[in-house]
Design a protein. Structure first.
Lengths: 310, 268, 268, 310
């Protein structure tokens, strides 16, 4: 019976949900735009010392860098890992430059369409990009190849469907039937969520079905595609959750600065992850005023914290 | 030479903005292109349709966005779409102009954002292309922006993340299956460059005030085409600088940070 | 025999509803399946997830819908999606049950909704399958509903619009590349039928009250499998009829129209 | 510069917009669910006596039947043409049974994905349906064939992209920049609209950009994909326009009844199309009370006309 069933059978504490991810699993944590990322889940993956995870993603940022630095990731297929308008991803740099981590480089669209194919139940997608560049020259031919189109004979790129063991998605709201309702941008979150064998959703809050039904165009995933749900308010920090809170740019810059050295990175982990038992601890460390400062303005969906301090 | 009252970064932003025409559909990459696009919207191109790969179509943000997926774009947004949809637009050839940064650009306009050094054992692991490959492959024309130094302008990039004219041969893009026409302009802190129509080699179009052909050539890792006549790039007007500083980037997120970094680098 | 206080159409709707289990994800075709699905939701299966190919997911309409794309589904809807999305769900194998009508069904559960007679020169041009092919191809199991007469139950349908067990051979569906398990039940105005596990031939499961094996066989164009023991289909309860008539179809759009049409046919 | 440019350069009176469609063109009129169909455009195609149009569609109904009956269509690639819960499409029957009209039968999903491929700029789409059935047995091999997937070797259906000369879409609202904003179901309207070489949009009304920007998730097409716009209030009748008016089931049943005979169909056309000069005339023929009766209820998005008369 698919993955219907009562929400109460799907609800798990964050630690138990993270516990489902065994070492060696493949994962995707939809992340784009420093927003709606299951960062609390990522922190708990690090706390639990997960190893040899295989990371799939398109555009990734601090989320991926932190997992890589903490030693959770052994290989990845990616579109991008970097800190937009801040700089390179230091842990990713160290891991890739030392050869400790195996990387297959594609583009965001190649990855997005590989997730799309996975979520649509088809073995591959034909696309028009990637050709001519070194993306195809260095591609794993088991994942991305050029082909001649049927009908027209045109050269096209065939990109293979991916089916990660786990997708972990953060959203604003899940209703009591497990339906997933969001505000703001979608990026390629839906395609990633649908591609996985097991979908875990972390959310700011649980809402009544009537609320979801009052704006059905904001439902991005029906409950029958959701395996597990963990309620994790403020779970996207230091990223944003549109309509709830903004990204914590200062925190992100602190991370970017500290991660430049192994010691600095270790001290970041010690302070914010290893020395915190759980998200409650983590939030206490950030402090009430920080959290209040990041609250979204009702008319904007984000805060004007940065304008105020400028 | 009179000391300019604007930074090289501001010059690049203003010149970049001018390259975007009113009414065009522009697919914008991260960094300076974001600033230039908003600048264009606030000056001569109020009907510029700005698209980001995050799924934002028709951006009219009122606060400075810090990344292409910034939720600041939600305010005043025309269409909230998805990555599948907007990257799909590119494949249909409807995007007039793409605007990209990168780590290296070579004589044929190929961009590297993936690795410095050999791919298998990189000296510097860069972020990877993100959606830049799609933009460079499919936009009708591409504008590239980068700081000008020999390291960033090698004869051949270490890795082609986003295709320019590939090996420069006349039909290289078409043969590869690419639908866009390729790089149009390169905007640097020294000059605006374009590409020779036949050889597809990079060519000086205009020099920023106070910069000579020799300045540019000496900081370029390959031989530039120098046309008989090289114009001077028009410097930012006072009005342009006012808009850039007061409306586009009032918190100085882009402008001040760049200035600070440059100061740091110079000091070291 | 006591005159039943319900029509054959009402019987089919009630029996159809019973075949849908609470909590299942059901992809519903047009006609009687729509009525049966809403009936199930209003009775034993309040958590049935009803999907229509129009992009509606999780329907809880309060007024009777007249077609699968009816805007009446907007009220109480869980997810407003698109055809690409919901027909895509089918391809991933997550749909528990599909429910379909048609013009003909053959001994192996293949459905025809395209032509009566030769395809190139049809005697009767039917509508075509719409999304039924997808439902029959991919749902874990399929329920079929049709009025029972020899013309509608030929040994071989004139055109396979929606695949059943194809030629009936053990691996026919798998070899064809189909992911769903195929037809599970056929609900008619005479009986409920299923399929022999080995031969995939249609088999009588239960007979509606007052109907004999001979009645059914004489109105079927091929030999039915008749198990040793044939149950009687439980007739609609008073409560079921009340819900059907007062809540599911209070304007009588389905129930009365069918009755009127039958009367017209009988009169002619 | 794509199809940007001021809306005033795209705005056309309905008659002129229809005049763009020359005999022999291929068209798609997104239609599903008796809602948001450019029916006024269809009526005007008939008034102008268009010939030899090539019709693409997935699920079609009265719209297609009327065009076929009026002699506008010479061939079609379809998923379905029938009157759900009413009966067969009589004009389609006559045209197909007599061999006057050439038909390629696919399924809705095959057609939807052919439009999707067209709108995504790719030459074909791989899908998992259609196989085993007579859909593939009778398919035109230039349009739909089985293929072996790259990577996995699985058998899959390849369906070719379509690019109709014209897509004609009816929506609630277009803003003064040509952006298309809707309420209610999307069906495969967006895929169809994007697949065409020329997109004509008819709308209930023109709105300010600020209105569209207040709910950007309801924008289905950016202005730069729209070629022409015609303002046609009540332009979907006898179909519905969610939030504005309901379908006119009585009218649809009248049509279905009359179209059963050639004479009846001719008299329908005479009464509602040939004897009306334009949509104003047509609306006057329907009468004020009918139009008021179909007005959507604010809390439902449709009318309770049918419950009231039951």
């Amino acid at each position: 019976m698919g993955r219907t069933g009562n929400l109460k059978d799907k609800l798990l504490p964050l630690k138990e949900a993270v516990g489902l991810v065994s070492d060696g699993s493949s994962i995707v944590c939809p992340s784009f735009g420093y927003e709606k990322v299951a960062f609390a889940f990522i922190r708990e993956l690090i706390r639990q010392g997960k190893k040899d995870l295989y990371l799939y993603g398109s555009g990734m940022n601090v989320d991926a860098d932190m997992l890589i630095g903490a030693g959770c990731i052994s290989a990845a297929e990616i579109g991008h890992i970097g800190f937009e308008n801040i700089g390179l991803a230091p842990c990713f740099r160290r891991a890739a430059e030392s050869g400790k981590m195996k990387v297959e480089d594609y583009s965001n669209f190649i990855m997005t369409m590989r997730f799309f194919a996975g979520g649509m139940g088809i073995p591959f997608m034909p696309i028009r990009t990637g050709m001519g560049s070194d993306v195809i020259a260095y591609a794993n031919p088991d994942h991305v190849i050029e082909m001649d189109s049927p009908f027209t004979g045109e050269k096209i790129l065939a990109v293979k469907a991916v089916h990660p063991d786990f997708a972990i998605l953060h959203v604003q709201r899940v209703d009591t039937e497990g339906n997933v309702s969001i505000e703001g941008p979608k990026y390629d979150n839906v395609e990633k969520a649908k591609s996985a064998k097991c979908l875990i959703v972390t959310c700011e809050e649980i809402v009544e079905p009537e609320f979801v039904q009052s704006q059905p165009e904001k439902t991005i995933l029906p409950g029958f595609l959701v395996d597990h749900v963990a309620v994790v308010p403020f779970g996207a920090h230091p990223y944003a959750c549109y309509g709830y809170y903004d990204y914590d740019w200062e925190h992100i810059e602190t991370y970017a600065q500290q991660a430049k050295t192994l010691e600095g990175f270790q001290s970041y982990l010690d302070e914010f992850i290893y020395s915190t038992e759980d998200e409650t601890d983590y939030q206490e460390k950030l402090g009430l005023q920080k959290i209040l400062g990041l609250r979204s303005n009702a008319s904007l969906g984000y805060s004007t914290y940065y304008e105020a301090i400028a | 030479m009179i000391e300019p009252t604007y930074s090289a970064y501001e010059m690049m932003a203003v010149v970049g903005a001018r390259e975007l025409n009113d009414g065009e559909v522009a697919f914008i990459g991260t960094g300076l292109p974001m600033l230039a696009a908003q600048m264009a919207l606030y000056t001569h191109a109020p009907r510029l349709v700005i698209i980001y790969e995050s799924g934002y179509v028709g951006c009219h943000n009122i606060h400075t966005a810090r990344l292409v997926g910034d939720i600041r774009f939600m305010k005043g947004l025309t269409m909230l779409s998805s990555m599948v949809d907007v990257l799909g637009f590119l494949q249909t050839g409807v995007i007039d102009v793409g605007f990209l940064g990168g780590a290296q650009v070579d004589q044929f306009g190929n961009i590297n954002a993936t690795v410095v050094g050999p791919y298998e054992k990189p000296l510097v692991r860069l972020p990877g292309g993100g959606g830049a490959n799609e933009i460079a492959s499919c936009a009708k024309r591409t504008i590239i922006t980068m700081n000008h130094d020999t390291r960033r302008f090698p004869k051949k990039v270490d890795y082609i993340t986003s295709p320019g004219y590939l090996d420069g041969s006349p039909d290289a893009r078409k043969k590869a299956g690419l639908i866009g026409d390729g790089p149009d302009k390169v905007i640097t802190d020294l000059a605006v460059l374009d590409f020779d129509e036949k050889t597809h080699r990079m060519r000086i179009e205009s020099l920023h005030p106070g910069i000579t052909v020799e300045d540019v050539q000496s900081r370029t890792g390959f031989e530039l085409v120098v046309p008989r006549r090289v114009e001077e790039t028009a410097p930012p007007t006072e009005e342009e600088l006012r808009i850039l500083r007061e409306a586009v980037d009032p918190t100085g997120f882009y402008i001040k940070r760049r200035a600070e970094r440059k100061a740091v680098r110079a000091g070291v």
